[in-house]
Design a protein around this ligand. Sequence first.
Ligand code: COA
Length: 160
Amino acid sequence: MTADDAQGVREMHERCSPESLRSRYFGPVPRLSDAVIRMFTNPERGITLVTHLAGEPGSVVAMTNLMDLGSGESEVALLVEDRWQGRGLGRVLMRCAVALAPSRRARVITASVYAANTRMLAILEGAGAEKPSMTGLILDVRLPLDSSDVSAGASGGPCR
Ligand SMILES: CC(C)(COP(=O)(O)OP(=O)(O)OC[C@H]1O[C@@H](n2cnc3c(N)ncnc32)[C@H](O)[C@@H]1OP(=O)(O)O)[C@@H](O)C(=O)NCCC(=O)NCCS
């Protein structure tokens, strides 16, 4: 994501249901502030991917954040626009995040997920995440990366 994607990303957020936004941000997000856009586009903080319709860069349908936490950890968060959910996009985007994590020197990907968010939990489990040890409304999930993930990251990664 670059600053040029900001409008498309904001419009995508406006098309998302309150439930999807709550699942992503754990609270109401009326509009992405300039500060948040700057954080998403700051290469020193992490990587943000935007997914758009082929040949239509302004038609954003998903956003993937992989933000550095330090100490070899990066936090992943996905948002797929409602009408594009349930078609396998989230699972592909998680593969992209796993492939990119070594380029951020991450050995572990973490995610905060509502315990009721079965789709996201299925994606994380499918990618090899550990079963969360704690229970509660929001689960902190850890996905340790192995050496094959590291080589996938070095080669650009299987993002398609
Ligand atoms: C969570 C989210 C990223 C998943 O992306 P997606 O493109 O909808 O997910 P996929 O189509 O790749 O499906 C992922 C898994 O959920 C399952 N799934 C699909 N529809 C489902 C449904 N209605 N209920 C439960 N599980 C469902 C799929 O079967 C798939 O598992 P499988 O491959 O083992 O069959 C997306 O729904 C989203 O953006 N939700 C709102 C924001 C959010 O929750 N972000 C996560 C917090 S970080």
